[in-house]
Design a protein around this ligand. Structure first.
Ligand code: HEM
Length: 421
């Protein structure tokens, strides 16, 4: 097994900088192992250090760990390998790091924003935003950076509009999201050189960005209590929802969660879509031939194939046997959605990008369980409207050159992608 696993070091930044095909092959080798493989943790200064994690790489294991949230806890205050120190966890912790019943209470309050009725109201907003973005593409030079010109603009605008954040603050929200999720990237964060100084510096940047978002939204919350408006901040802070409301801290953390979970992910799905549809000319032609017919399955396949969120973490609340593999209380597991989404036991020809794939039981939005992506329908709608607008009005659109990828073991990101029309 050692020979088969040589070169697979899931905690090393270099591993995540490798070409996607090599990464996929490495996960295929992990899936072929008889049991989930254990990895050691990097020792990071100022961060509590544990004894590593097991990588869950098979679809069945990821699904079961998501479903059994009573055993696989999201609680210990971190989505990634290491725990956050307690005081930071208390300040920034959002429902994604809580277990029921605390999680269920907050999810119930905020999920009123994601009902079909509320989403229908957002539809006009999404249509208008997508139209204006494509207007700009058509008025432009015919080439540019697809991420900055198109993909990144839509999600940040929709989330800000939904919350009631003024347009003037969009750039700030965008910059802070990059800082929070790009900590290991040389352009957005501190880069791959994990030294004491660089990690400390990176953490300070992240805390600074997150604190600024917290304070911005708390300030707006205070304003809305005095002068209510027709937005989510008002709904969340004035007890309009069955008399329930969030505390200031909960509101701030939820906003950070929304901008991180909703921006980075949807933007990357849209960028990956252009890349995949450029590389797979037959699939692009098929999609354009009948958008109504192929868009719904194409969107699912884009999320499966690109898997914008690579992994989330869980911690065992007690000894437990998962699909025949024994785990001990306190052990950590990482749910590798990218690998589950290529599991040959579930998907025929998993490395083929097939916009007609059906059924497509991918776990790109998380496995079935209490934390399943709250924004999945919103994301589907944004990706679908953006692609429809692009391929209807700019049919010659193609990406050129290789994407400039985010260096991260958490987000499968594209920072820059040149396009031509
Ligand atoms: C949760 C992926 C878009 C809000 C999740 C989880 C995944 C995910 C994998 C599960 C976390 C876990 O099990 O611990 C994605 C992808 C997206 C996307 C791939 C786009 C393609 C969005 C959008 C929003 C959003 C647009 C909101 C505007 C959330 C929230 C949670 C979540 C609030 C936490 C739910 C909870 O803890 O109960 N997302 N997401 N996501 N997502 Fe998304």
């Amino acid at each position: 097994a050692a020979a088969e696993l040589a070169g697979i070091e899931l905690t090393a930044p270099e591993f995540w900088g490798r070409p996607l095909r090599e990464r996929d092959e490495a996960f295929a080798r992990l899936r072929a192992q008889p049991a989930p493989v254990h990895f050691r943790e990097l020792k990071i200064p100022f961060i509590p250090h544990g004894d590593g994690f097991h990588a869950l790489v098979r679809h069945a294991d990821v699904v079961e760990a998501s479903r059994r949230a009573d055993v696989f806890s999201s609680e210990p205050a971190s989505n990634s390998i290491s725990d956050l120190p307690g005081y930071l966890a208390r300040f920034f912790g959002s429902m994604i790091n809580m277990d029921d019943p605390r999680h269920a209470k907050i999810r119930r309050i905020v999920s009123r924003a994601f009902t079909p009725r509320m989403l229908a109201r957002l539809d006009d907003d999404i249509d208008t935003a997508a139209r204006e973005i494509v207007d700009d593409v058509l008025a432009g030079r015919g080439t540019g950076d697809f991420v900055l010109d198109v993909a990144a603009r839509l999600p940040v605008r929709i989330i800000c509009d939904m919350m009631g954040i003024p347009a003037s603050e969009r750039d700030r929200v965008f910059r802070h999201t990059n800082t929070i999720l790009g900590i290991g990237d040389p352009e957005y964060g501190v880069g791959s050189a994990i030294s004491r100084t660089s990690v400390a510096l990176g953490l300070i940047q992240v805390l600074d960005a997150a604190t600024d978002l917290q304070l911005m939204v708390r300030r707006l919350g205070r304003q809305r209590r005095r002068r209510p408006s027709d937005d989510l901040i008002t709904a969340l802070t004035t007890g309009n929802i069955d008399g329930e409301q969030l505390t200031d801290q909960e509101l701030g953390s939820f906003f950070i969660l929304l901008v991180a979970a909703g921006n980075e992910t949807t933007r990357n799905a849209i960028s990956h879509a252009l890349k995949l549809l450029t590389l797979n000319e037959d699939q692009r032609a098929l999609l354009v031939s009948d958008l109504d017919r192929y868009l719904p399955t194409a969107v699912e396949e884009i999320v499966r194939y690109s898997t914008p969120v690579i992994q989330f973490r869980r911690t065992l609340t007690r000894d437990h046997v998962l699909n025949g593999h024994p785990f001990l209380e306190g052990q950590k597991v990482l749910l590798y959605y990218n690998s589950a989404n290529r599991d040959e036991a579930v998907f025929t020809d998993p490395d083929r990008f097939d916009i007609t794939r059906h059924p497509n039981p991918h776990v790109g939005f998380g496995g079935p369980g209490p934390h399943f992506c709250l924004g999945a329908n919103l994301a589907r709608r944004e990706i679908s409207v953006m692609l429809r607008e692009l391929y209807t009005r700019v049919p010659a659109l193609r990406s050129t050159g290789a994407p400039d990828r985010l260096l991260s073991g958490f987000i499968n990101g594209i920072k820059h992608l040149e396009y031509t029309v």
